[in-house]
Ligand binder design. Sequence first.
Ligand SMILES: [Zn+2]
Length: 182
Amino acid sequence: MPPVRIWYLALNKRISYTSSMKKLLKKLLYILGFLWCLPVSILGWIFLGILTLFKQIDEIKVLPNLAFVWEIKKETWFHKLGIDWFGWVFGNNIILYEDIDKVRKYRSFYHELEHVMQNYCWGIFFYPAYILESSYLWLFKKKVHAYLFNHFERAARKAAGQPVEISPSNWLDGPKDRWPWW
Ligand SMILES: [Zn+2]
């Protein structure tokens, strides 16, 4: 066997070894993140479990990163309640509404998936940190949008390939709107 071929095989072996290690490490990080935000997720499971009992949920999926996707059934009262939202996240739970044509701007499945990753990093501190930042922007940074400029939202938009910098003319309800939640 020519030495180049041997080297090539050795290199390939090394690469596949590294990538399987990476996969394992990733899985481990998902598990740690899942455990770290478990108290928040459990609250979500209770709430969404009740919605399931009341037949508001169409389908529940578990993703490889251990995120749970709860699809809200169409024409139900809970669907009507959240129709403008498209999706939101609570712990490891992605609550998803099907109406793509009515998607609220700057939300998408990959955007919400990134919020799950943020929950995995911040654990129970995610919501206090999020609320603190939005409140700070709302109260002290009058020229910025309290939702669109929140760094958790900016990171989620970046991860989902959505625009990060958004000028006031493109704010959700016009340049005067600074509402912290959407
Ligand atoms: Zn978001």
